[in-house]
Design a protein around this ligand. Structure first.
Ligand code: AMP
Ligand code: GLY
Length: 427
């Protein structure tokens, strides 16, 4: 089978690395890919948001099956376009991708189908949002979320009325996130540990493929601004078999059934961001794709070929009741550029790739890297994910940091505490 992977980050590198080793792969193409991906697949430098260019590429490369990494092409309707052209693709339609691209849509769907999530109010105008805050219906702290895609920056946890009002002004009046902030979801602040839960769905049923815990803040000890993710570990020790069954029954299955019943069958990776509250697991957000860096630690634990699974799901024929998950732990550390997440430098020479790859139990996934005159250089905020695999969390952490210590580039920053909170648990 000739397979195309859309995207060019470390998540897509992890997908490509998995697929490249599988028996049914005839050809593997990735667009736009990156220098790490180029060692395992043919790369085609096109903009994944340009659906005409993607369509031409599938034609030219005689692609049989396409897998989409990032959310943007999905929210732009790449699945709708491929379906209209009679081409097979794994990923939800634009209408189904609203689970991620519109928080108001996701919240309303959850309330129609009784899926546990924070109590909320969707506000269409700044006055309505101000009145909701003034009513103290949700108390303080209160959570304010821009409705649309805001690159992970659209959520504010406001400790008091004046900071909530400031956030409403910035989002709805000053339009800091553009049209994404035309509607605002105001919701109660929940507390508890956060876990990421991943499933594959064919539109009518879903199977879990693993769990992880992300480290979203830039600095050790979960301090500083939010980022796309500075590291992750898998599996989450907080989700045992019993809790997994509960999450499937109370959250994943009703979402898939609800989406199908409303005419937007969801085919793709479903990523549920959950908070484990004293009253049970509750949904913080849905994403319609794998996480980054979560994919880099979740995919290697899937203990059976991925391609047949994704192909069956894309065809609406996911027959198997479960997917085998391997033993052991994975820890992924993100190496980022100076200035990330506010800004980032580029063009700094990177050394030590081969030395890091030589460490037993270590894998490297490229994100913001580029080749310049035969030299690998930085090209963005998150540069590389270094993944360590071990029999337990401690071994995985030691390996990931051994790998990371071999890499150097000017301005390199990374957290030193990825996976530490898992240490007190057995895998
Ligand atoms: P989101 O972009 O929806 O994932 O939100 C970003 C982060 O804000 C989450 O990872 C949580 O840490 C936090 N958050 C979002 N919603 C809530 C909530 N209702 N209660 C507490 N924290 C939240
Ligand atoms: N790491 C969080 C995300 O991919 O959304």
């Amino acid at each position: 089978m000739r397979v195309l992977v859309i995207g060019g980050g470390a998540r897509e590198h992890a997908l490509v690395a998995r697929l490249a080793a599988e028996p049914d792969i005839g050809a593997l193409v990735c667009a736009p890919g990156n220098p790490g991906i180029a060692r395992q697949a043919k790369v085609a430098i096109i903009d994944p948001g340009n659906l005409d260019a993607v369509s031409e590429l599938t034609e030219r490369e005689r692609i049989d099956f396409t897998i989409v990494g990032p959310e943007l092409p999905l929210s732009l309707g790449i699945a709708d376009r491929f379906a209209a052209d009679g081409r097979l693709l794994f990923g939800p339609t634009a209408a189904a991708a609203r689970l991620e691209s519109s928080k108001a849509f996701a919240k309303a769907l959850m309330s129609r189908h009784g899926i546990p999530t924070a109590r909320f109010q969707t506000c269409e105008t700044p006055d309505e949002a101000m009145a909701t805050i003034a009513s103290r219906e949700f108390g303080f702290p209160v959570v304010l979320k821009a409705d649309g895609l805001a690159a992970g920056k659209g959520v504010v946890i406001a400790d008091d009325r004046s900071s909530a009002e400031a956030a409403i002004r910035e989002t709805m009046r000053d339009r800091k996130f553009g049209a994404a902030g035309d509607r605002l979801v105001v919701e109660e602040c929940l507390s508890g540990p956060e876990v990421s839960f991943f499933a594959i769905s064919d539109g009518s049923r879903a199977v879990p493929i693993g769990t992880a815990q992300d480290h979203k803040r830039i600095f050790d000890g979960d301090r500083g601004p939010n980022t796309g993710g500075m590291g992750a570990f898998a599996p989450s020790p907080l989700v045992d078999g019993e809790l997994e069954a509960r999450i499937m029954q109370e959250i994943v299955d009703p979402v898939i059934a609800g989406m199908a019943a409303e005419g937007h069958a969801f085919r793709g990776f479903l990523y549920a961001g959950l908070m484990l509250t004293p009253n049970g697991p509750k949904v913080i957000e849905f994403n319609v794709r794998l996480g980054d860096p979560e994919a880099q630690v979740v995919l290697p634990l899937v203990a059976e070929p991925l391609l047949p699974l994704l192909f069956a799901a894309a065809s609406g024929r996911l027959a198997q009741p479960r997917v085998r998950i391997g033993r052991g732990a994975l820890v992924g550390v993100v190496l980022a550029s100076r200035g990330y997440p506010e800004s980032s430098e580029s063009g700094r020479p990177i050394s030590g790739i081969e030395a890091a790859e030589a460490v037993a139990g270590v894998d490297l996934y490229h994100a913001g890297t580029a080749m310049r005159g035969g030299q690998l250089v930085t090209a963005g905020g998150r540069v590389l994910t270094i993944v360590g695999r071990g029999a337990d969390y401690g071994e995985a952490i030691a390996r990931a940091y051994d790998g990371a210590s071999r890499i150097a580039f000017d301005g390199m920053q990374y957290r030193r505490d990825i996976g530490r909170k898992a240490l007190k648990f057995e895998v």
